[in-house]
Write a protein that binds this ligand. Structure first.
Ligand code: AMP
Length: 116
């Protein structure tokens, strides 16, 4: 059984967060340490620790993460200029919180893709 992270508590509203969207499958909230003017985390409500743990049954939630990203990018006013969606996996990927999440980052030019 995977261990819950702080994100499960945010999803259940047990601890405060700046939640910008929630439905039956996903929750989105502002990153506590934003790296750009818009930095939102989109997470499945179900605990999936890493991308390596994704199963076929999760495809609906994962697809929802993308449609929510698109809607939030528009709501943030960053859809036309552009933005980046990032998912980190395990140590080499720089993952800090083991509950998968998509970073929606934008609001300024982000430069070339981040590797290293
Ligand atoms: P990652 O390195 O992909 O696992 O990213 C984890 C992200 O979660 C980081 O950008 C953190 O700033 C963010 N984070 C950690 N705790 C919280 C929290 N309580 N509320 C909002 N964002 C958080």
């Amino acid at each position: 059984m995977a261990e819950e992270t702080i994100f499960s508590k945010i999803i259940r509203k047990e601890i405060p967060a700046d939640v910008v969207y929630q439905d039956d499958l996903v929750t989105a909230f502002r990153d506590i340490n934003p790296r750009a003017p818009s930095h939102i985390l989109i997470v499945p409500n179900k605990l999936i620790p890493t991308v390596n743990d994704i199963e076929a049954d999760d495809e609906l939630a994962l697809g929802r993460m993308f449609t929510v990203a698109r809607k939030l990018a528009k709501a943030e006013g960053i859809d036309e200029d552009g933005y980046r969606l990032i998912m980190n996996c395990n140590v080499h990927g720089g993952q800090e919180v083991y509950h998968i999440h998509m970073h929606l980052v934008g609001g300024r030019p982000l430069g070339p893709m981040l590797i290293g």
